[in-house]
Design a protein around this ligand. Structure first.
Ligand code: 4NP
Length: 152
């Protein structure tokens, strides 16, 4: 799960996916990262921690990191939170095989309304609430699709 800073959106996406896979007995390797390095080593934004906690998900132990070249070989799928993240990932991807792993998280929804998970960094708390709801819906459909077809 990849966003810009790895402190607002992608930590929530990581926490939600970990929660849903655990609920369904799936043992996946899940992580998140930022395309930027400004927040390296920091915990998630307190507003992300709060909205996750409200939904019974604990993301407080996560620490921000920047995406690395090895992530493209270690993971089968790499989800970008918005189109700008996706563009940056496409530029960072070491080869064509890696490029094919990159997806936009909101495109997992059958009924797409928004392509981008909006960056809530400069928002108030309700921006984080919206991000949580969008990610919960998109990731929910992704996991459901996997469980129904065993192929994503
Ligand atoms: P994120 O949000 O990409 O969802 O983690 C941001 C966090 C920090 C900054 C930008 C976006 N920043 O400019 O520091």
């Amino acid at each position: 799960m990849v966003c810009l800073g790895n402190i607002c959106r992608s930590p929530l996406a990581q926490g939600i996916l970990e929660h849903k896979t655990a609920q369904n007995g799936l043992q996946w390797m899940i992580d998140s990262a930022g395309t930027g390095s400004w927040h390296q080593g920091e915990p998630p934004d307190p507003r992300s921690i709060a909205v996750a906690k409200k939904n019974l998900i604990d993301i407080s132990g996560q620490r921000a990191r920047q995406i690395t070249a090895t992530d493209f070989s270690n993971f089968d799928l790499i989800f970008a939170m918005d189109q700008s993240n996706r563009q940056n990932l496409l530029q960072l991807a070491p080869d064509n095989h890696s490029k094919k792993k990159i997806r936009l998280i909101m495109e997992e929804l059958h009924r797409k309304r928004n392509k981008d998970v909006p960056d809530p960094y400069w928002d108030k708390e309700d921006g984080f609430e919206l991000v949580f709801q969008m990610l919960d819906e998109a990731i929910g459909q992704f996991v459901e699709k996997y469980l129904n077809h065993a192929k994503v």
